[in-house]
Design a protein around this ligand. Structure first.
Ligand SMILES: Cc1cc2nc3c(=O)[nH]c(=O)nc-3n(C[C@H](O)[C@H](O)[C@H](O)COP(=O)(O)OP(=O)(O)OC[C@H]3O[C@@H](n4cnc5c(N)ncnc54)[C@H](O)[C@@H]3O)c2cc1C
Length: 369
């Protein structure tokens, strides 16, 4: 099968790129290795749409997405992506936390972001459920959260309505060049797809696929975990995080709390299917109860895990590959690719059609390593 652009990976990045390309009238085939669209991090994530705490190299992309795309995304995709822009509180309770938060805040302010340090009392004015343990916080009023499942599926369905062709259970194993440029995409089932451009956004697996044409993007496979509680009456709309990143989360539209968490043991996770451990949820609950005692009796109903494609310098590669004309890589999102996905989908469509990108991507090139 042929198309102008072949996209490898049917997560939110591949689906958003397909949507933007199909909207320009470009023919697109998306190859998804598993049997489900969004089976990677895209539907397993914590839903944070935040600018605060971001590396300055990727901050312009997420600022663009929050200013120009997220507020209209439900309408654009004809799907409720449950986007709420009621701010992000990043909480601290020690002097070390204050220093971490001040460092993050100073860096973001220099990039033009509206974020500031506030006292524990100011944080409690914003969120009255916070305990006295909170002594400081950073506050970014334009951050928020959204529903990863509906956002990913919204892009997928809208891309299909515009004519993009998605094929699942089609695992890519190799890229082949013709006259020096990338041309063919070969799958495990022996099928060959041809395109003028190939967008590689298969998460961690992008590394092995890029290797087949001699390109290496240094990434690790790291497990992240998430839990969801039973539904409660509405309490607050802010996105929450902590200086030590011991948990982050928010209350969803239907009342459940979704918290992302670390146990510190993620590097020791078993390879293969992402499985949540018995350790991470209880570690996170201790942190959550310290800051939110009123959540102590709420029941955790489910936990799950997902792999992140952790890049060597913790920001993604979003770049044309000069040595392999036609190949574009978008991977290494390092656990924060959901919030920037709408902007990434847009710039990938611009890279694939040789247009100027809406945001300067030079700091995210593949050859920075
Ligand atoms: C538990 C968890 C919590 C997170 N929380 C947040 C958050 O709050 N905010 C935020 O911004 N980000 C968060 N993230 C990160 C975010 O989910 C990812 O950065 C984002 O989803 C990346 O999208 P993607 O499309 O690149 O990757 P994925 O969703 O992983 O999609 C890649 C796709 O490629 C497919 N694939 C793999 N190999 C092949 C192959 N050989 N051939 C074809 N297809 C292949 C996979 O099956 C997958 O569907 C979190 C991630 C996890 C796991």
């Amino acid at each position: 099968m042929n198309a102008d652009v072949i996209i490898i990976g049917g997560g939110i990045i591949g689906s958003a790129a397909a949507y933007n390309l199909a909207a320009k009238g470009v023919s697109v085939i998306v190859l998804e290795g598993s049997s489900n669209i969004g089976n990677g991090g895209s539907t397993r994530n914590g839903g944070g749409v935040r600018q605060s705490g971001r590396d300055p190299r990727e901050l312009p992309l997420v600022m663009y997405a929050i200013k120009n795309i997220w507020p209209n995304l439900s309408e654009m995709l004809d799907t409720n992506v449950e986007y709420h822009q009621q701010g992000n509180l990043r909480l601290g309770s020690t002097e070390k936390h204050r220093q971490i938060l001040e460092g993050l805040t100073d860096r973001a302010v220099k990039c033009g972001l509206d974020v500031r340090m506030i006292s524990g009392d100011e944080a409690r004015e914003i969120n009255p459920y916070l305990s006295d343990a909170v002594t400081c916080a950073s506050w970014c009023p334009t951050d928020g959260h959204a529903n990863p499942l509906t956002a990913t599926m919204g892009y997928y369905k809208a891309a299909r309505r515009l004519g993009a062709h998605f094929i699942s259970d089609e695992k890519v194993i190799e890229l082949k060049k013709y006259k020096g440029a990338v041309r063919q995409v070969i799958t495990a089932s022996g099928n060959v797809y041809e395109g003028d451009r190939v967008i590689l956004c298969a998460g961690f697996e992008s590394r092995a696929i890029a290797n087949t044409v001699g390109i290496d993007i240094p990434m690790q496979h790291v497990l992240l975990e998430t839990l969801v509680t039973e539904a409660a009456a509405p309490m607050f709309w802010q996105m929450l995080g902590t200086a030590d990143a011991d948990f982050y989360g928010h209350q969803t539209e239907h009342g459940s709390f979704v918290f992302g968490l670390n146990s510190g043991l993620e590097p020791y996770a078993k390879p293969g299917k992402p499985l949540s451990s018995s350790i991470a949820a209880s570690a996170a609950c201790r942190g959550i109860m310290n800051y939110f005692p009123s959540l102590a009796n709420i029941k955790v109903v489910r936990s799950w895990a997902g792999w992140m494609d952790s890049c060597a310098d913790h920001v993604p590669v979003i770049s044309k590959i000069d040595e392999v004309p036609g190949l574009i890589a978008a991977c290494g999102f390092t656990g924060h690719g959901f919030g920037i996905a709408p902007a990434v989908g847009l710039v990938l469509s611009q890279l694939a059609t040789d247009e100027e990108t809406a945001v300067d991507l030079s700091a995210l090139r593949y050859d920075r390593f």
